[in-house]
Design a protein around this ligand. Structure first.
Ligand code: ASP
Ligand code: MG
Length: 417
């Protein structure tokens, strides 16, 4: 017997028929003797609709009321799944974030989980063999008593946090894909599903553009060493042998990986924009004059490239920001022009970041150099480069994204046979 958290995303609970299907997945695990807590998202499209309603009611709405509205999507699906489980003869009860409670910070719309009391849920496993159906994405701030939400995609994070709180053996994330791939299979048909991936690699993949899991959920999994299994919710529930290993990807600690490839996967993001500040003075304080105002405006700067000046007087500084913050970033720099002292501002919105990830890079030299050569051969110009221990990223023109991803995928031997 084991203890499991099963998380189902929006497409898996999109209508009553699918919620019934989810109930059968849960029943299978209960029948196999497991103690189960389920975490659900809102029905697909629901959160978007609720967010749009808030904006429609007032573009400058109160974040506390935004949370009161958007948390309702998960309230509905948790109740519906409890009903569907009961209809199958499975003892089940729904839980809202505040009922458990899932205590969070008061950063409305992007709250952080501080503490979860899993006591009552665990007690009911023993006393009543009761499945807990928990609304994902939401919590409560203990000081104000208000409902909070964790940010878009937050029910992944709810699931892993709950798994850690109740000391589950594993957190299963059921989704509309059957695992984590070496890159997006819609772009590269030869992408392979990974059987296992280390937390570190998954963290980079998710941060750099892969949309399978919320980044924070992977972080939490790593901190608590909670194995996360990504698998499909569309498999026929009754055809699965609960004792066999189903298709999917296990995200686990590096020690559990038998052997790791040098490169694990390729991520990309088209939501990037590039800004170049030309002919700034080459003296202390100039970088601060640029980046402090951007930080105050809550704009995340990613890649930064600065030249060493030739004449010892002026240089250029280039950086990237999320496309959504492009205009605000340009305005922020322009507003600080006197303080920075630059000659010209150049910018490009049609840029993409392609990243190559692999913890095996730590012990191998020349991995990035190979990529630069391969991209050059395809005539792809690199605008900026960043590297870290286990990944490197190149900034290129958006039009070349697919070609670059396919080129690198083959280059590192990731194509399936
Ligand atoms: N329903 C929320 C969202 O769409 C949370 C989630 O699904 O993870 O962002
Ligand atoms: Mg999601």
């Amino acid at each position: 017997m084991g203890r499991l958290v099963m998380k189902f995303g929006g497409t898996s609970v999109a209508n009553i028929e699918r919620i019934r299907n989810v109930a059968r997945h849960v029943k299978r695990e209960v029948d196999a003797g497991h103690e189960v807590a389920v975490v659900v998202s809102a029905m697909s499209g629901k959160t978007n609709e609720l967010v749009a309603w808030c904006r429609d009611a007032s573009p400058m709405h109160d974040a506390r009321e935004y949370d009161a509205v958007v948390a309702s999507g998960e309230q509905v699906t948790s109740g519906l799944l409890a009903i569907a489980l009961q209809a199958l003869g499975v003892q089940a009860r729904s839980w809202q974030g505040w009922q458990i409670p899932i205590k969070t910070s008061d950063a409305h719309a992007s709250a952080r989980i501080l503490d979860i009391d899993g006591g009552e849920i665990v007690k009911r496993f023993a006393d009543r063999k009761e499945v807990a159906v928990i609304a994902g994405f939401q919590g409560i701030n203990p000081q104000t008593g208000r409902i909070t939400t964790l940010g878009r995609g937050g029910s992944d994070t709810s699931a892993v946090a709950i798994a850690a709180a109740i000391k589950a053996d594993r957190c299963d994330i059921y989704t509309d894909v059957d695992g984590v791939y070496t890159t997006d299979p819609r772009i590269v048909p030869k992408a392979r599903r990974l059987d296992k991936i280390a937390f570190e690699d998954m963290l980079e993949l998710a941060s750099l553009g892969a949309k399978v899991l919320q980044v924070r959920s992977v972080e939490l999994g790593m901190v608590h060493n909670m194995p996360i299994f990504v698998r499909s919710s569309f498999d026929e529930p009754d055809a699965i042998d609960p004792h066999a290993t189903p298709p999917g990807t296990l995200i686990c600690s590096e020690e559990e990986m038998m052997e790791s490839h040098v490169v694990t996967g390729i991520a990309f993001s088209k939501d990037e924009a590039q800004i170049s500040v030309r002919q700034i003075e080459d003296k202390p304080g100039v970088a601060a004059a640029i980046f402090v105002p951007l930080a105050s405006a809550n704009i995340n700067v990613d890649m930064i490239v600065q030249n060493v000046s030739e004449d010892g007087k002026t240089t250029d500084l280039t950086f990237t920001v999320p496309a959504a913050d492009f205009d605000r970033a340009k305005e922020t720099i322009a507003a600080a022009r006197d303080k920075i002292g630059y000659a010209r501002l150049d910018s490009a919105g049609d840029v993409a970041k392609v990243s190559v990830i692999g913890s095996g890079m730590r012990s191998h030299a020349g991995i990035a150099a190979k990529a630069f050569a391969a991209l050059a051969e395809r005539g792809i110009n690199i605008r900026a480069i960043t590297t870290s221990e286990i990944k490197f990223s190149v900034l290129i023109d958006t039009a070349y994204t697919e070609l670059a991803v396919r080129t690198l995928h083959s280059l590192y031997g990731l194509d399936k046979a």
